[in-house]
Each structure stands twice: as C-alpha cells, then as structure tokens.
Design a protein. Structure first.
Length: 473
C-alpha cells in the first residue's frame, strides 16, 4: 500500500529565511488576485450586460469563458512549466493577466470583453500551477511547506469569497470596469519584483511535450467543464450538456491509454496510480466543490428567502472568508500535531457537521446568526482540509514533477469550483419543481445543504480509509 509522508520534521527546519518570506509574499499576492478573479464579476454581471449590450442568454459567458480556460488548460500549462521553466511561465502568465485585465476594463463590445475573459482564464491556467510549483520547490517538505501551502490556500479561498464583496463595492462606488482595472497595478508590482526574487526552476534534462496527451486531456477537460456549466443552466437532460459530458469522459479515457503508451507522457501513469495523488485529489475535489456550492446555496437563501441585496449578501460571506483565513493559519499547526491524513479527515468532518446544521435555517432573519457561525466554522474545517489536500497531492514527488503535481491539484481545484454550482443547483431545482417562492427555495436549499454535507462526510471517510502516512524518523 502506498504511503504519503507525514509533514512533521525537526525544529531545525521550521524557520523561514528573509528571502523565503519575500518569495511567499509575491506568490501569495499573485494567487490571491487569481482567486478574486473567479468571483469578482458575479455581482456586476447585470450592470455589465446593460452597459455593453449583452443579451440575457449570453451574459453567463462572461463567467463561463473564464472558467473553461482556467480549468481546461491548467494541467497542460503545469507540465509546460516543468519543461520550459516555472519562473518563466509565471512571469508570462502575469504579463498576460495584466494586459487582459486592462483590455477588459477598456472593452467597448461584448466580443472584446469575452476575448479579455478568455485571456484572463488562460493566464490563470499558466500562473496558478507555475506559482504553486515555485512555492513547493522554494520550501522543503515539512512544516515550512505546510505553513506556506496553508497561507496560500487561506488567501485563495478568502480571495474567492471576498471577490463578491470587492466586485459589489467597486461596481456601486466606481464602475464595473474597476473589477478589471484592479488587477493591473497588482500584476505590474509582481512583474517588477519577481524577476529578481524568484529563481528559475526546471529539470536539467528537458523532455519532449506529449502532444497527443495534451490534446486529449485539454479537450476532455474543456468538454467536461462546458457540459457541467450547460447542465447547470439548462438542466441535466439537455442534449448539448449530455453530449459535451460524454465527449469529455471519452477524451479523458483516451488520455489514460495515450499516457500508458507514450514515450514521454504528459502525466506518467505511475503518478496517476499513487494513492496520495488519487485520493488526495479526490478529497480536494470534494472540498472545493462543496464549499463553493455552499456559497451559492447561501446566496439563494439570503436573497430569495430573506430578501438581502447582492452587496449585503457579499458582506455576509465575510465571516466565511475570515474562517478560511483562520483555517489556513491553523492548518500547518494541526498537521504538525496530528499528521496530514488525520487533519484532512478532521477538517472535512468539521465542515460536514457545520454544513449539516444549516439545514435548520428558517424563513426569517433570526436564523442569520446560525448562518454566520456555521459558515465560519465550516470555513475553518474546509481550509484545514484543503491544506491537507495540497500537502498530500504534492508530497513524495521529486522537484522535476512538482509542476505536474501542482497542475493536477490546481485542475482539481478549478474543476471542483466549476462543478459545485451545477450539481447543487440541480438538487435545488428538483426539490422546488421550478417554484421560485421563498418557501419552496428554503426547502430546496435545505435538501441541497444535506446533500452537500453528505458529500463532505463521504470525502472524510474515503480519505480516512484509503490514505496512509509513513512517519519520518
């Protein structure tokens, strides 16, 4: 049976150098900005639609175009970063992100805005795995890497939840265009500092890129994400959604057989057979799927049942963001005390209990206190689990495979974010039968919350059953 390394090491490896702190700050700023981009435009969509003349049917493509590219190309670019240099890819991605954000803010037509969102998605697919690879290769396995990954996960999750708040504030106080412009000075600052601070990281021997494998996995992920997004909008019986999901599954199956026969595979089959990679990424998929979909469910509750505005709803999620920051800070300490697998199980179990309590929510504002406490506690548990997932999925692999490992982990994260809302939206729709009244929505949200909690508990059981740790001497 395969094992994963425990993150506990001696105290002599528990102190960051000044340079490591600066590296961490630069990489965390970049990852936080990327996380914000996932959700910052959600509140602003109606305003953008009126300003640029988007039809109601095409408005969702502002989000979908970004998600398709961010999830579909992550694994490919993660491997490319291994081959041509993570620092180089990180800088290229940041430059594209800054330029595309400027273009999006200046867009005068739907076509230009969508092109900018595609470029932002591609930049995210480049920067996220390259940045994570630079982080994991800058810190040795053990407490330092656990602490760095914990802070990274906390800021990414906080960025996702705070994106709605920031988007609402910028749209109300300035213009929706500032949801794009805000990236430009941050990208410029990172590009100014990173070249002298970050060291290049890549294998000594440069392998060839597995083009058939790259085409199969990228096409499969694009089809899968498109199918999930379409199913969430039109229903799971929609023929386009079903066809896209079928194409995605077939392409990913083909990818497995291509990799098994390739001389220089994009993803060696041996890595895909590692328990730490398989079960760690499955636990991560569940963690991201359930937490992002919970934000969607609580948005329905706050707006459709309690009648909150979009901005007030975003502010209510501030406690969830605070919980994830606390979980990210505590994650490394929890792992150092009880080990990676136990922390993963404990985090998911805490999240499951907190989520299940939300099924008690009622139809008046007196229940807001329960929502705030439960989402904060669940956020702590979720982030401890995510830190455990990142350590599990990237441990025990040599530096030359860190781009691949972080590419897989990032792909898991982004597919989970994309899957969550369509899956739980379908549960709500099935429960309400199309009734949009407050009572019907409350019942649908309650059922979906219990399904969400069940998925989290399943993740905890799978991680506890199939992951094993080996102790370090």
């Amino acid at each position: 049976m395969s094992t994963i390394p425990d993150a506990r090491v001696g105290p002599d490896k528990d102190t960051m150098t000044a340079r490591q702190r600066l590296v961490l700050v630069v990489l965390l700023v970049a990852q936080f900005m990327l996380a914000v981009d996932f959700s910052i435009l959600g509140v602003a969509l109606p305003v953008i639609g009126r300003g640029l003349g988007f039809s109601l049917a095409n408005l969702q493509w502002i989000v979908t175009a970004f998600a398709l590219c961010a999830a579909g190309f992550t694994l490919l670019f993660g491997r490319v970063a291994d081959l041509v240099g993570r620092r180089r890819m990180f800088l290229v991605g940041m430059a594209v992100l800054g330029a595309s954000s400027l273009a999006g803010g200046l867009a005068t037509s739907p076509q230009l805005l969508l092109a900018a969102r595609v470029a932002q998605g591609l930049a995210t697919a480049v920067v996220t795995p390259a940045g994570l690879s630079l982080l994991t290769t800058s810190f040795p396995e053990g407490p330092l890497r656990a602490r760095a990954l914990g802070l990274n996960g906390a800021l990414m999750s906080a960025g996702f939840t705070s994106g709605a708040i920031l988007g609402g504030l910028l749209t109300d106080l300035l213009s929706w265009r500032w949801a794009f412009f805000v990236n430009v000075p941050v990208a410029a600052a990172v590009l100014l500092v990173a070249p002298t601070l970050l060291r290049e990281s890549r294998p000594a021997a440069r392998a060839r890129l597995d083009v058939p494998g790259a085409v199969a996995v990228t096409g499969g992920l694009l089809a899968l994400v498109y199918g999930l997004t379409t199913a969430g909008e039109r229903g799971w019986g929609d023929p386009v959604a079903v066809a896209a999901l079928a194409v995605g599954v077939l392409a990913l199956v083909a990818f497995w057989f291509i990799e098994a026969r390739a001389a220089a595979p994009l993803v060696p089959v041996g890595i895909l057979k590692r328990r730490s990679v398989v079960w760690g990424n499955l636990a991560g998929l569940i963690a991201f799927l359930t937490e992002t979909s919970l934000v969607f469910l609580m948005t329905l509750y706050l707006q459709r049942v309690l009648g909150y505005s979009a901005l007030s709803t975003g502010l209510a999620f501030g406690v969830l963001g605070a919980g994830t920051v606390v979980g990210g800070v505590l994650g490394a300490r929890v792992i150092a005390r009880i080990g990676t697998r136990a922390a993963l199980v404990a985090g998911l179990s805490t999240q499951a209990v907190a989520t299940a309590s939300l099924a008690l929510l009622g139809a008046d504002g007196r229940w807001l206190a329960l929502l705030l406490v439960a989402t904060a506690v669940g956020g702590v548990g979720n982030m401890i689990a995510i830190v455990g997932f990142m350590i599990t999925a990237t441990s025990g692999l040599p530096d030359e495979d860190q781009g691949l490992a972080t590419g897989l982990a990032t792909m898991t994260q982004q597919v989970g974010i994309t899957m969550g809302i369509p899956v739980l939206s379908a549960v709500v729709t099935a429960r309400t039968g199309g009734d949009t009244g407050g009572g019907a929505v409350l019942g649908g949200v309650g059922t979906a919350v219990l399904v969400n909690a069940g998925l989290v508990l399943l993740g905890a059981l799978l991680a506890g059953t199939f992951l094993r740790e080996r102790r370090r001497a």
